[in-house]
Write a protein that binds this ligand. Structure first.
Ligand code: UT7
Length: 322
């Protein structure tokens, strides 16, 4: 038994912000950003929330599959940038789209969040608990970014992607590998609220994203190829058997090139959209997946690998037959 992705959808905020626009805010240039990251522009919320973007992505995924919201049993949203602590984004989305039968909750594994959520949904479906699941990766990181820090504000974008997955009787390949290393969590942080009650007041360290870019870069180019190979080995495959590395998490084109090189694969097998959308954390994988599907680039039976990495630290890979 396994699961099949039967619909995809995505949603981006309307406002597009170019590198030249950012050069008006901080000391940077289009040339620096393109050369160091591959990013040319990103979409930034001017009011769109994580819940609204998620709901729009879910509605498109449902329409793509020709499925009604009431048929969904499980609704998972991976995000690290919700607008509220409670209710969770997934419950808000459930209310907006009318997925009245679904059980809904959020999951936070930063940029690996979508893959971890997909794995969670897979486990529920594999054991027969649920049959149809909406899995979402969604972020409005622009509210967590320090817009005076040129080292981070040029990287991130806002958006949401969703897939509708269904329990399938086929014995398709679907292998996951997940890892976490909390001892290295300090290299990418973002505090939310300070502890302030009648007994204590602890100042906030920083409400903005703080990142040691070089440390994350080094971690990604080493750990991601290792975990892709681990997942491929479980599926009895090698990198040469893979038709498309749907994603790699879209953080930096140089990271993607380096991973391709370590896996001895042509970088053309690694589609990218970061030039247009930047790094949307948990949303990068499902948004790219949706774009590829709509462009007709995902064909039945293709062997596809997805892989994410980011804060936590967390990283993982999934091997699947499309
Ligand atoms: O989603 C998962 C988490 N994030 C990532 O995967 C990000 C991983 N890391 C990266 O992508 C890269 O480390 C960055 C793109 C963030 C930075 O690139 P880098 O090549 O590692 O640059 P750097 O931080 O070593 O900085 C090099 C120089 C510094 O100047 P000095 O000290 O050499 O004079 C920075 O101050 O570039 C400067 N710099 C900039 N210059 C122009 C940093 N940001 C900018 C900027 N524009 N936006």
């Amino acid at each position: 038994m396994s699961i099949k992705i039967i619909g995809t959808g995505s949603a981006l905020p309307e406002k597009k912000v170019t590198n030249d626009d950012l050069a008006e805010l901080v000391e940077t240039s289009d040339q620096w950003i393109r050369e160091r990251t591959g990013i040319g522009s990103r979409h930034i919320s001017t009011g769109e929330t994580v819940a609204r973007l998620s709901a729009a992505a879910c509605e498109r995924a449902l329409a793509d599959a020709g499925c009604a919201a009431e048929e969904v049993d499980l609704l998972l949203v991976a995000t690290c940038s919700p607008e509220s602590g409670v209710p969770c984004v997934a419950c808000q989305v459930q209310g907006i789209i009318g997925a009245s039968k679904a059980v809904a909750f959020d999951l936070n594994a930063a940029c690996s969040g979508f893959l971890f959520a997909l794995h969670t949904a897979w486990a529920y479906m594999e054991t027969g608990i649920y049959r149809k699941a909406l899995i979402v990766g969604a972020e409005v990181l622009s509210k967590l970014v320090d817009w005076t820090d040129r080292g981070t504000c040029i990287l991130f974008g806002d958006g949401a992607g969703a897939v509708l997955a269904e329990h399938s009787g086929h014995n398709d390949v679907f292998r996951f590998v997940q890892h976490s290393d909390g001892s290295r969590g300090g290299s990418l942080t973002c505090d939310t609220r300070r502890l302030k009650n009648p007994y204590v007041e602890i100042p906030l360290q920083s409400p903005w994203i703080q990142m040691d870019g070089r440390e994350i870069f080094a971690f990604a180019v080493r750990r991601v190829p290792e975990c892709i190979e681990e997942a491929l080995a479980q599926a009895g495959m090698t990198a040469d058997d893979v038709d498309m590395f749907v994603l790699l998490h879209q953080a930096n084109y140089r990271i993607i090139e380096s991973i391709a090189k370590r896996l001895k694969q042509d970088v053309k097998k690694f589609p990218v959209n970061l030039e247009r959308v930047g790094n949307m954390s948990s949303a990068t994988i499902p948004v790219l997946l949706d774009e590829l599907k709509r462009a007709g680039r995902l064909k039945d039976g293709m062997s596809v690998v997805m892989s994410g990495f980011g804060a936590g630290l967390t990283w993982g890979a999934c091997v699947m037959k499309w």
